[in-house]
Design a protein around this ligand. Structure first.
Ligand code: SF4
Length: 370
């Protein structure tokens, strides 16, 4: 279905959505119905979308989004998965789990869904080392191949980072989320004409339970790249289908669909994001230092070089690690996998295999964006 004018949305699409949500009791006082913004929208009319883009980190919540779409009976051929490589593809291995790209590839294959990678050239490390310079281009995989999106240097000035993103809710301070994920996704949407003259649903897997910031997120709203009323007639809505889910429901979805818990949870992490996330607790740093000491060393070397630490208390990650006991990792298969870039464990349960709740489930150790 192609919608060509704002008027159509106003006359049919939004009222239909409103009626559906009314029936479900999904409205809250903070809804801004006129602008299509809903605090609570656990169910929406998916039939109006030509394609569904699922922002896919490889963590349990993004997997739950995918499984929820399956449970809703969505035609798989309308779905595509997007994964942003935080370390880029130019050789940096500072932040991400080494197997994560390949894990996502194998999972997407298992569900028969196309997966497109995108990244900031040079990854977080390249951006962090920027000194009186411009940010690197974005790289975006598309159905037609890899495209390079250059920076418009006529409208920006060179700048310097030379410090890690800082722990804060603000995306300007915690610049990794915006520079490595949000901006990349936005440019991937605005630089592919296939999204013009059509309706796209952009799905992300945040949950209110994760933080006080996320508790306030809208569940359904026009995406920042939405231009439904403009010349391009590009409608893009954001939907967070698991925003209201608790963790138990997430694990239950993985169990029902036979998706084996991803490796970070098997290693006792409660969340799967960057391995060396700036929000890691001392205990997570202690665990990384115990099992993957080269990763803490690389971070600490940069902290020394920049004379600026990730911790607001000016304690480098090796010293932070020494303040806590590492978690004990019993799952040796997962531990062995964590050291390799090729993902070779099964992603789905095999014949006769029993689903196991991972050690990190329902954990409280800080790791991952808030
Ligand atoms: S997971 Fe942590 S380090 Fe990685 S982009 Fe998000 S906030 Fe930044």
């Amino acid at each position: 279905m192609t919608v060509s004018s704002h008027a159509f949305d106003d006359a049919f699409v939004i009222p239909a959505l409103r009626q559906q949500l009314d029936m479900l009791g999904g409205f809250e006082a903070s809804n801004d119905e006129q602008n299509g913004v809903y605090f609570s929208a656990p169910e929406i009319d998916l039939s109006i979308y030509d394609r569904i883009v699922l922002a896919f980190s490889g963590g349990k919540d993004s997997i739950a989004c995918l499984l929820h779409l399956k449970d809703l009976g969505v035609d798989i051929s309308r779905i595509e998965m997007w994964h942003h490589d935080v370390d880029g593809r130019e050789g940096s291995q500072l932040m991400d789990w080494t197997f994560m790209a390949d894990y996502n590839r194998k999972l997407a294959d298992a569900f028969g869904i196309p997966l497109y990678f995108s990244w900031l050239q040079g990854g977080l490390e390249g951006e962090m080392l920027k000194q009186n310079d411009y940010s690197q281009p974005h790289k975006v995989e598309t159905p037609e191949g890899l495209i390079t999106l250059e920076r418009d240097t006529s409208r920006t000035k060179p700048s310097t980072r030379r410090r890690f993103p800082q722990q804060a809710a603000s995306l300007a301070t915690r610049w990794c989320s915006s520079a490595l994920k949000i901006d990349v996704g936005r440019r991937a949407l605005t630089n592919q004409s296939r999204f013009n003259n059509g309706n796209t649903l952009f799905i992300t897997g945040e949950r209110r339970e994760e933080s006080s910031g996320r508790a306030k997120y809208m569940q359904f709203e026009p995406h920042a790249c939405d231009r439904r009323g403009g010349r391009l007639a590009r409608r893009v809505d954001t939907w967070r289908p698991v925003l209201h889910w608790n963790e138990e429901r997430v694990w239950d979805a993985l169990r029902r669909h036979g998706v084996i818990a991803p490796v970070p949870y098997r290693l006792s992490w409660s969340r799967s994001s960057c391995m060396t996330c700036i929000f890691n607790s001392p205990r997570i740093w202690a665990t990384i230092n115990q099992y993957f000491p080269e990763r803490t060393r690389m971070i600490a070397d940069y902290e020394r070089e920049f004379d600026s630490t990730i911790s607001r208390n000016r304690i480098n990650v090796v010293d932070l690690a020494s303040q806590a006991q590492p978690m004990e990792i019993d799952d040796l298969e997962a531990l062995e996998q964590a050291g390799r870039s090729e993902y070779s464990l099964p992603v789905l349960l095999e014949e006769g295999q029993r689903w196991v709740m991972p050690a990190g489930a329902f954990g409280k150790e800080g790791c991952g964006a808030v």
